[in-house]
Design a protein around this ligand. Sequence first.
Ligand code: ADP
Ligand code: MG
Length: 157
Amino acid sequence: MSKEAPVAEGRIHEFVTKSGADTVEVGRKLVNLLAPPQLLILRGDLGTGKTTLVKGIAQALDAAEPDEVTSPTFTLLHEYDGTREGKPVKLFHLDVYRLEGERQLETLGLDELLTPDALVLVEWGEKFKSIKKKSTGEIAITSAGGDARKISVTLKE
Ligand code: ADP
Ligand code: MG
């Protein structure tokens, strides 16, 4: 795993990983960047490692062990209680891949989730205009050949 220099204004952070375990480790490190409240879109093709990254984030928050974090593809939403810098954090992990249209999305009550102590991570969130608008940033994962992945964290102002 290597960390590359921030690209712009310290707001974009890039990482390259070579295995799933590497990506879990990047997830653990990322928690430093993610002061709640945050609503982040996890963007990347199927199997690039979005859920794998959340395993590390959950672990660093003492919210769940990596094995306990599974894909919310069918349940839509998983919720964990953690702590960050001594303060409670609500970790919400969503996967909206199967949702069709803003009306179905509304049943999730995304607005209610985004409390001051919340870290909301939404796989496939870029499908929805409303999520893009509310998001405080995104984490994009792209394949870099074989098991290599590039992970870019962009936080809005
Ligand atoms: P997604 O949620 O993006 O669909 P998952 O995290 O569920 O993807 O699955 C990613 C799969 O790819 C896992 O089986 C993981 O072990 C494997 N993998 C291989 N290399 C990497 C890597 N560098 N980063 C993340 N996952 C990787
Ligand atoms: Mg997933």
